[in-house]
Design a protein around this ligand. Structure first.
Ligand SMILES: *Cc1c(COP(=O)(O)O)cnc(C)c1O
Length: 383
């Protein structure tokens, strides 16, 4: 019942971000909410339900277990699409429950056909194409084989979409590669259609592609990081703010990660704080202990680097971040008391701790830091 920290998710921020993202799209381009990685740390169940109440009706997950968790809490009529891992045993569950999934190998196509035949229900598939990322996806030869197999078994498949993923749309360094990928993709789609395949939805774009390559939007976009209020890269952010007249960040972060002061201690000048000798008090100090450490996703690399908010002031981390405890310097903050709210990530008063600053300090990307927030920290929706 009691937790050493908790995460609040802001509904109004999500509404705001979805509105911003949709404004970048042509009318009619569908928005799929990407919620892999436990909804980028926001919690699949909590975020999925919230997004649904904000009008989202299409979700992209990485694996069948994530699809299962989402499916438990959302009405049947939303679309759930598995972009990655699904086990052979899970295919029947997926087909029965209208869960859509990517096919990126001939084996998977055969397995899906078998499952569909035994259920007498078509598998709703997306053909994921290799266009230059060299991760997963059907290559040219496999595309042809896949098309033949599908055309031979029209009752086993419904080809809902054809997809690909860009190898780094967040950096202009990859511009040539991305545009070549789009060209490859269109070529393959033409080929599939000439063969006689009916394809409903063309989709390729992630957040960065939505912002940097409007020509990639097509019928649907798959947006992850931006709906949570973070930019895929500083470059994409600067590109946008540099080009707009209002230079303010148009995205709002959903997450506020909070804890509280567990203990306060006076430390005499010259003493060391915490394990080892990484921090020596230069003067008499007041130090607060917070019951959060690297076991809770607060990176050890923020030792002597990170900051938290207490009484709307920034308090620097002193000493090494422990497994379950970190210490901060509150010497200059008036009136700090036991149980005071501590914000690890998010805002308090007029101060912010952003993941970007957090991530730069700990040399982790937004993506990595968010998804490392443990599942067992309770998430609550706030306005
Ligand atoms: C993660 C992912 C996305 C979303 O990426 P963002 O950068 O978070 O928008 C889209 N498509 C695929 C295949 C992905 O794996």
């Amino acid at each position: 019942m009691f937790y050493s920290s908790s995460i609040e998710i802001s509904r109004s921020a999500l509404v705001h971000n979805i509105r911003f993202i949709k404004a970048q799209l042509r009318p009619g381009t569908r928005f799929s909410s990407v919620i892999k990685g436990n909804a980028y740390g926001h919690g699949i169940e909590e975020f999925g339900q919230l997004a649904y109440t904000c009008g989202v009706d299409h979700f992209s997950v990485f694996s069948a277990d994530e699809a299962y968790r989402l499916h438990q809490v959302l009405p049947q009529k939303v679309t759930i699409m598995v972009m990655g891992y699904i086990d052979e045993q899970e295919l029947k569950w997926a087909i029965t429950n209208d869960i859509e999934f990517y096919v990126f190998s001939i084996d998977r196509l055969e397995q899906a056909a078998n499952a569909a035949r035994s259920l007498q229900k078509p598998a709703r598939i997306h053909l994921d194409l290799e266009t230059g990322m060299n991760r997963i996806g059907l290559d040219t030869k496999e595309i042809e084989r896949a098309a033949d197999m599908i055309l031979k078994q029209p009752d086993a498949f419904e080809v809902v979409g054809v997809s690909t993923h860009y190898a780094g749309a967040e950096s202009s360094e990859n511009h040539d590669r991305v545009t070549e990928q789009l060209e490859q993709y269109h070529q393959a789609v033409r080929f599939l259609r000439q063969k006689g395949l009916k394809i409903k939805t063309l989709h390729t774009a992630c957040s960065a592609a939505v912002m940097a390559y409007p020509e990639t939007h097509l019928d649907m976009v798959r947006v992850g990081i931006m709906q949570y209020g973070f930019w895929p890269s500083p470059e994409i952010y600067q590109r946008y703010t540099g080009a707009s007249t209002d230079r303010a960040d148009p995205l709002k972060r959903l997450i506020n990660w909070k804890s509280h002061v567990m203990s306060l201690k006076l430390v005499k000048a010259g003493e060391f704080i915490g394990y080892g000798k990484s921090f020596q008090a230069g003067c008499d100090m007041l130090v607060a202990a917070i019951p959060v450490g690297y076991a809770w996703g607060y990176s050890r690399s923020l030792s002597n680097q990170g900051q938290v908010l207490i009484r709307s002031h920034k308090a620097p981390v002193v000493g090494i971040v422990n497994m379950n405890v970190l210490m901060v310097d509150v010497t200059g903050i008036p009136g700090v008391a036991l149980k005071d709210e501590v914000v690890l990530l998010g805002k308090q008063g007029n101060e912010h701790i952003t993941v970007a600053s957090f991530a730069e300090l700990s040399t982790q990307l937004n993506y990595e830091l968010l998804t490392r927030l443990p599942m067992n920290i309770p998430r609550t929706i706030v306005d």
